[in-house]
Structures are given as structure tokens and as C-alpha cells.
Design a protein around this ligand. Sequence first.
Ligand code: AVJ
Length: 325
Amino acid sequence: EERLQIQRLQEPTRVVTSTVGSDVVKGLTQTSKSLPPCYFYDDRGSELFERICELPEYYVTRTETAILQQYAGEIAKITGACELVELGSGNSTKTRILLDAYQQLNYPLHYLPIDVCAGILESSAKQLLQDYPSLKVYALAGTYESALAQLTTRKLSSRMICFIGSTLGNLNLQECDVFLSQIKTSLQVGEYFLLGIDLQKPKEIVEPAYNDSQGVTAEFNLNMLEHLNRRFEGDFDTTQFAHWSFYNETEKQIEMHLKSGRSQTVHLKSLNLTVNFAPGETILTEISRKFDLDTIKQQLAAKGLTPIQTWTDQNQWFGLLLCQL
Ligand code: AVJ
């Protein structure tokens, strides 16, 4: 299919040894154990995340979708024709709202989805090609860092990088700073960055979104261990770990952990790694920061990514920011 290209990016490799999985080794050998959230998203994890997006407690996707539906036309008018680069595209459901808006203005549709999960990239790209007869898709399977480094020549004269869904919340302050610098280097002057962020709100609303009554979030969290088992020949016993997440009101972030039910030893054979767990010891699998609009706008502006328009919902639960370099 000529309208579809999928490229799988390799993790950077050193001369002698591969660094694949070095982030896992690093996280599991620290005093406070952690794992990078990108390991949530194998095929099963991407599917579970889609189910999370439909949960009654998970207000995030629903709220952002409503904002996009209301303002996508305005966004397209401001940016004019441009390539849509999307970080963490998943099933691209929300992106369709943007594609519809550009299509309505008769702009050529060029879409560059980037996701760590090659499976979901492929299935959603094929679906998109069927639904948008003039669309061209250049998909990149890899981490944001490797993919952003890969984005060079433009097929259209202008580009917009979309980072919606509040995935920015997975990055701590320092990682966020590095990430925004990478965004800046991937854009030319005048180009756009569309950012969706979950805003600060009472604990009573945030916490249930990450502790749903059907246990889908728990399954999503535990699937990370299954993923590591498959990928690195591991022997995590998922019945011996429990989902644990809470809203840290001081840090304004959800912290999601996997808690060891007993003293146990886990091996990841292909990483040549043995890990001991004490009873009750946890692995931090994700932070999900909740943002203050003025603070993030200042951070963006300080990076040269000038916020030119902000949209929110009636409750001010979610923010969509259009920035320009
Ligand atoms: C995709 C990172 C935005 O933090 O809300 C959902 C992931 N984790 N439920 C989020 C997630 C648990 C989600 N992001």
C-alpha cells in the first residue's frame, strides 16, 4: 500500500552491547524500584488502555474528546495545512476529529503517528486509510526520543506535533524539560505544538479514575509484568503483586504502583537480572501529573513554545493548548 509506510525504530545500540532493557535493569536495581510507563503498551496493554478510556470513572478521554470536537475547526483554521505528527497515537480515535477538520477545509492529509506499540500502529493506520481515501500515513514504531530524532524532511511545508491525552503527565519535571527541548528542536519557526493536559481537580474525582470498579486499571498495571515476562524471559508471578494507586495531593500527581504480596525473587533471564522483593515493597509504574494552566504555559513560553490559544471544558478539568515556535 503506497499510502502507508511503517518504520520500526531500533533502540540506540552501543558498539558492543545492546541497551535494550537497560531502563528495566536500572529501574529494578534502584532502592526505590520503578519501571518506565512505556512498558504498559504491548498489544494487550494498548487494548486495556482503550477499555480504560471508556470507563465511567476515567473522565480524561471523554473530556478531551469534547474539547476537540468543539474546537478542531478553529485549530485547523489557525494552523492552515500541515502534517500531523502524533506522539503516542494509540488507536488514533481522537486524532480523527482533527483529521476531519483538516479534511473539511480541503487540506491534504498527512499523518505521522508514533507509538511504542507496533501492533496498534499497524491496525489503526490500516483502518484510517480505509476511512480517509486521500490520507497518507508515515508511521514510526519506537520511543518518542528515537522517533523525534528521525523526523527530518517535511512532505508538507508545515508541521504540527500533537501530544494529547495528557501523556506529558507521565514525565517528571526534569524529564518534561528535556522533552520540551526535543519538541522545540523538531519544529521550525512558525510551526505548532498541540498539547492536551489533565488539570488539577479534587482527589475525589481523580483517584477513582485510576482505581476503577471493574478492575481494568489493575489489569492494565499488572500487564506490565506479563509484558516484561514475554519480552525478557521473566518469571514475575502476577498473582503475587497487587495494583496500588493514589493521588499525591502535595505533588499533584497520581502514583501507580505494583505491590509485592510477599518476599519473593524474580528473574529476567535475557537481561541476566535477579530481583528480590520484600513483603509490601512496591514498583512505581507511573506518575500521572495534574497540571495548572498558568504554570505549564509559563514553562512552554520559557522554552520558546509560545501558547497562542487555550481551550478547556466547562468544569476546567482538561486543557488543550496550541503553541507556536
Ligand atoms: C495515557 C498516560 C495519559 O495517565 O491517565 C490511565 C495512562 N494510567 N490509567 C494517564 C493511564 C492509568 C494515562 N496516560
